[in-house]
Design a protein around this ligand. Structure first.
Ligand code: SF4
Length: 355
């Protein structure tokens, strides 16, 4: 793979345009991915200076259990098992306090109920951890073919069994020629290979060009900053241990490089002419998180541009509350998001902005 992308469908002059000038901002891989979906999303992400986390918006887990690291899972199992023994012994001993007098009955019952709930949660965690540890231990070692140009199905535990070692980078990788920065969710090390891993939580059966471009960007970053080989990356799908390889192919490099070129062009033009990108076809806004209306709360929900809050573009909902969205604030409009448009819904969003 050549350094500057010649032969990947870009003209030499276009490649030169991608080389960062002294006043060009750094491009985050997360921003680039958003930009490839929608130029307005890329601009919002760029101005909000989101740091790449190597994953899309993860679901919120209230009961955290380690999942992808066998050592952490074993430690969590030991810790919870110890607590289960203690709570079980306490539950067995507490009724003896009734020997002190019957007026203890109510506090003892309340205490037993609370302890019972806690013990139940511990038991449930232990059961989940035991299932996952068993899954990890039963996996057969398997490695993808690094020379293949096809996407290959992978299993996280099979990779670790085959000798890949998972690393979590604390700081983003930075590349100076194109001024790129990004941090994969994990990097798997095997001999002289470093394989970036991205987690796609919202996976619904399909990968899009921006995901392939993102992987090509991570591979380039790794190759340029560590000197290791990065022949493919891995996307873990949904919240599972299954995923697919994305080869660091010419096609994917081309998608990524065209994205860098177009993004740089947009930022430079914006500096000169202050012309904002066109809105995409309405269907793209339908599920876009940046266009989703949310209740405006001063001091909490503002949209930021270069660390300063933007004046919100407010719309009053049928419930009389004031709503805004990140994209709406930035481009002073009401994005056609499903929650702003769908009048057939019977949820609290019903007819939010319509008659
Ligand atoms: S709401 Fe629409 S225009 Fe705004 S960022 Fe999302 S897709 Fe782009």
């Amino acid at each position: 793979m050549d350094d500057f992308g010649f032969g990947l469908g870009l003209e030499e002059s276009e490649i030169q345009e991608m080389v960062a000038r002294f006043d060009d901002p750094r491009i985050g891989i997360h921003t680039l991915t958003e930009f490839l979906y929608c130029p307005r999303a890329g601009l919002v992400s760029h101005e909000q200076q989101h740091e790449d986390q190597g994953e899309d918006r993860p679901p919120i887990y209230l009961d955290y259990l380690p999942q992808y690291d066998l050592t952490q899972m074993a430690a969590a199992w030991d810790e919870r098992f110890r607590k289960l023994l203690i709570s079980g012994a306490t539950m067995a001993l507490v009724p003896f306090t009734l020997l002190l007098g019957s007026w203890w009955l109510v506090p003892v019952l309340i205490w037993e109920c609370l302890l019972g709930i806690w013990t139940f949660k511990l038991g449930r965690d232990l059961w989940r951890l035991a299932l996952q540890i068993r899954l990890a231990e039963k996996a057969h070692a398997w490695k993808p073919d690094p020379t293949s140009h096809n996407e290959q199905s992978v299993d996280w535990w099979q990779l670790l069994k085959a000798g890949f070692v998972s690393h979590q980078y604390l700081e983003p990788l930075q590349e100076s020629v194109w001024q790129l920065s990004g941090k994969p969710w994990r990097v798997l090390a095997y001999e002289n290979m470093r394989i970036p891993v991205f987690r796609y939580h919202q996976y619904s059966g399909q990968l899009y060009p921006q995901h392939r471009a993102r992987m090509a960007a991570y591979c380039r970053l790794i190759e340029r900053t560590t000197g290791a080989r990065s022949p493919y990356g891995i996307i873990l799908l949904g919240n599972t241990f299954q995923g697919t390889t994305i080869p660091n192919s010419q096609d994917n490099q081309q998608r990524f490089q065209q994205g860098v070129f177009a993004f740089r062009k947009m930022v430079r033009e914006l500096k000169r002419e202050r012309q904002i990108p066109e809105a995409p076809p309405p269907g793209m806004c339908f599920h876009c998180p940046l266009g989703q209306p949310r209740v405006f709360r001063k001091g909490y929900t503002e949209t930021y541009q270069a660390k300063k809050p933007l004046p919100p573009t407010l719309v009053r909902g049928r419930d009389r509350r004031r709503y805004h969205s990140a994209c709406g604030d930035r481009f002073c409009w009401l994005p056609p998001h499903e929650k702003a448009r769908d009048k057939k819904r019977t949820s609290k969003w019903f007819g939010l902005f319509g008659k």
